[in-house]
Design a protein around this ligand. Structure first.
Ligand code: AMP
Length: 282
């Protein structure tokens, strides 16, 4: 496994692999790797000859007052896990390498980025879509791997890739969870013991919402408020949003039909966790 800090070197290594006829899979991450990330790496390993893992805590997707400085980092452990999982090349640039002075270009996906996490994190998706476009340009992958855990992000990147004809197959993999249902996240390390004990309510409430829809409820507001009330029952939890949106438009729905995304963001103390479930109505 190789570690590279530079765009030019990554480009050259990927070109060399391509020259040998290798297909290329890219797994973009912010590091502090866990089983969720590694499930993406394994999927990439199965489907490609050459696997690139990027580790970059992208400053442009953090808002003022968010956790850019304190975001957990452990490159040594990440490299060990990456190697064990069969990564060929780790790309771990510094911010200055990714964003040269004078950077003025942004990629924005309209509408899909306005609701859900976009409401409380207004410039977040612009940072994500810009950095992912840059990573696609540097690594030229055939396929790129994203987790359903960041459901809105996965939809936004899929749309961007189609809209801009980037020629990358976007693969979205299921959410990996702890035994008690909490979705794995690098941010889970921020939780106090008490908050950690309370946090699984997020997934439980979403599951209960799904069961309610399964039992025939079609009024989106009824489901949203049921989920919200259930989460608010935990004193450690403060709801940022509970939303039920169409997976086509990511716009809020009134009537549940077709495929919808039930998603929530909840603060446990200072830590904001997200989770979601896709519900298909026959
Ligand atoms: P991050 O390092 O948090 O930016 O995540 C990098 C990628 O891993 C994103 O595509 C995430 O959606 C994905 N990911 C993070 N947590 C999980 C999880 N628990 N299950 C599946 N994928 C995940």
């Amino acid at each position: 496994m190789k570690l590279s800090r530079g765009k030019a070197e990554v480009r050259a290594l990927v070109e060399e692999a391509r020259g040998r006829g290798a297909s290329v899979g890219l797994v973009p991450t912010m590091g502090y790797l866990h089983e969720g990330h590694l499930s993406l790496v394994r999927r990439a390993r199965e489907q490609n000859d050459y696997v690139v893992l990027s580790i970059f805590v992208n400053p442009t997707q953090f808002g003022p007052g968010e956790d850019l400085e304190s975001y957990p980092r452990d490159l040594e452990s990440d490299l060990e896990l990456a190697e064990q999982s069969g990564v060929d090349l780790v790309f771990a640039p510094e911010a200055e390498e990714m964003y040269a002075p004078g950077h003025r270009t942004w990629v924005e996906v309209e509408e899909l980025t306005r609701g859900l996490c976009g409401r409380s994190r207004p410039d977040h998706f612009r940072g994500v879509t810009t950095v992912v476009t840059k990573l696609f340009g540097i690594c030229r992958p055939d396929r790129a791997y994203f987790g359903q855990k960041d459901g809105q992000q996965a939809f936004v990147i899929g749309r961007m890739t189609r809209d801009l004809d980037l020629g990358v197959e976007v693969v979205v993999a299921p959410i990996v969870r702890e035994a008690d249902g909490l979705a794995l996240s690098s941010r889970n390390v921020y939780l106090s013991e008490e908050e950690r004990r309370a946090a699984p309510i997020l997934q439980r409430a979403l599951c209960e919402g799904e069961v309610t829809v399964g039992a025939g409820e079609r009024d989106a507001e009824a489901v949203r408020s049921q989920v919200r009330r259930r989460i608010e029952g935990a004193p450690e939890a403060r709801v940022d949003y509970v939303e039920l949106v169409s997976t086509e438009t990511l716009q809020s729905v009134e009537l549940i039909a077709g495929e919808v995304l039930l998603a929530a963001a909840v603060f446990f103390g200072k830590t904001r966790l997200i989770d979601n479930v896709i519900i298909k109505v026959p």
